[in-house]
Design a protein around this ligand. Structure first.
Ligand code: XIL
Length: 471
């Protein structure tokens, strides 16, 4: 048996030999969705991952920049515009304009957003830099609550706390005004963020945490382990991954990512850049991508800017496109590595499943005679392609029912493009499909029936939300 991917590869290989082109072209066209990705986002999507970039609002007028960003990336981080100083320049006065420009650009182009960063010792507004103690704690929590609430529903993952640990061998927390409010400031920030936006994944984000042997890596690991043990709401760990010759990609990178993932959190590479050029830079990039793709819970990679000239470390030419927007050797090595595939991400893009999250939404409903039961709708994933995925909903009668209907709500920019085993109707927005049985909907207690659909995801892999009503 061959997989569609293998068939595609063979088709492409054979096509290169000219004489067989006509025969193999048919094969290639028969399985277009399995084609190797020709952009970073498409290639990453093959294994359920995203590929992102940092965006600067000031560059959104630059056509070369936006063309590349729109074509290659499907996860967007504001490089500076959602930091504390940008969001709350004066106490109690929030300025959403630059953050909104980036979030709106991303969403209009069908991309998801990583929020960066709610609480950080750096890039604090002046008024906050001068604060200490309980007044600062209150101000920090208020900031987290206000910003996460404002962007609620629009953020895939938040960097809730950024860079809270010391470099060097101590494994200690970084001394900062936030740390001086008490060692529990980090978990307090996570709790406030969860309350404000329960749908966003909540991440701890840091640098120099790539080498498993380093004290800082161990210290962050121990904090995450402790948070998981005590139920502090943390879903992910971000690895900034700013590399250069003094701080190269460690050979144990995969170990680090896997060990964190084994704590029950997603891992994400959040600010990747690697100073250098040519094949040595390309090789290091490849190593990072390979390490992420080998870890099921490494859900995506973000590079910290588009072209070398956009980088905060422009002199180190650390990105995937040169100043003119040409693809560098590093770009090609990343794309090729992504196209090698990897361990698929389970439930890509979906917030940590809890009973209240999309995916499984039991909805007990009063029923009419003769049914005594309610029904439960359960989602299960089907096949995934670059651009779309299949889902199945299983309806279970919790007691005898004479009929049922089930709503499937997808999130903008998703679209349901096909259904089977049921009769669908749609609401005005097109986001909510109500599925009813094609024939009789009567089910005995405990009996199940399934229907299916295809979602064109447009970069958003979130599972639909479901309800079930029995009659
Ligand atoms: C950097 C930005 O790229 C620069 O434009 C800004 O002057 C300083 O901050 N860690 C982080 C990022 O979490 O927010 C930083 O971004 C880079 C280091």
């Amino acid at each position: 048996m061959t997989t569609p991917r293998q068939r595609y590869r063979r088709g492409r290989l054979a096509a290169a030999f000219g004489g067989l082109a006509a025969a193999t072209l048919a094969v290639t066209l028969a399985v277009p969705a399995a084609a190797a990705g020709s952009t970073l986002q498409a290639a990453a999507a093959e294994s359920g991952r995203y590929f992102g970039t940092a965006i600067a609002a000031s560059r959104l007028n630059d056509g070369t920049y936006t063309t590349i960003a729109n074509r290659e990336f499907n996860m967007i981080t504001a490089e500076n515009e959602m930091k504390m100083d940008a969001m709350q320049p004066s106490r109690g006065q929030f300025n959403w304009s630059s953050g909104d420009r980036i979030v709106n650009w991303a969403r209009q182009n069908g991309k998801q957003v990583r929020g960066h960063a709610l609480a950080w010792h750096s890039q604090q507004p002046g008024w906050m830099q001068n604060m200490e103690g309980s007044a600062l704690r209150t101000a920090m929590l208020d900031h987290v609550t206000q910003v996460a609430s404002y962007y609620r529903g629009k953020i895939y993952a938040w960097d809730v706390v950024n860079e809270a640990f010391d470099d060097g061998s101590s494994g200690a927390r970084r001394n900062s005004n936030l740390q001086r409010t008490g060692n529990d400031w980090i978990e307090a920030a996570f709790r406030a963020a969860r309350a404000a936006d329960p749908g966003a994944k909540l991440c701890y984000n840091d640098y120099n945490t790539d080498n498993w042997q380093h004290a800082k890596t161990q210290a962050v690991y121990n904090m995450v382990k402790d948070f998981k043990a005590r139920g502090v709401p943390i879903d992910c760990v971000g690895f900034q991954a700013h590399f250069n010759s003094g701080n190269p990609v460690p050979s144990n990178y995969h170990t680090t990512l896997q060990n964190f993932a084994d704590l029950g959190v997603d891992v994400q590479i959040t600010e990747l850049d690697i100073e250098g050029s040519g094949s040595s830079q390309a090789q290091q990039y490849q190593g990072v991508v390979q390490a992420c793709l080998a870890v099921a819970r490494c859900t995506g990679i973000t590079v910290w800017g588009v072209r070398d000239t956009d980088s905060w470390r422009a002199n180190g030419t650390p990105l995937l496109f040169d100043g003119s927007g040409n693809k560098k050797a590093a770009y090609t090595s990343v794309l090729n590595q992504l196209n090698q595939g990897g361990t698929p991400v389970p439930n890509p893009g979906n917030p940590t499943p809890t009973p209240t999250q999309p995916g499984t939404t039991p909805t007990p409903t009063p029923t009419q005679n003769p049914g005594t039961g309610s029904c439960t709708a359960t989602y299960s994933e089907g096949q995934k392609w670059n651009d779309r995925f299949n889902g199945t909903v299983t309806i279970r009668a919790n007691g005898a029912i004479s009929g049922w209907s089930s709503t499937v709500t997808v999130r903008q920019p998703q679209r349901i493009i096909a259904t089977w085993n049921g009769s669908p109707t749609w609401d005005a927005s097109g986001n909510v499909m109500t599925m009813r049985p094609s024939g009789s909907g009567a089910l005995a207690a405990g009996q199940t029936v399934s229907f299916g659909f295809t979602v064109q995801h447009n970069g958003d892999w979130t599972w639909p939300t479901l309800t079930c009503s029995a009659s």
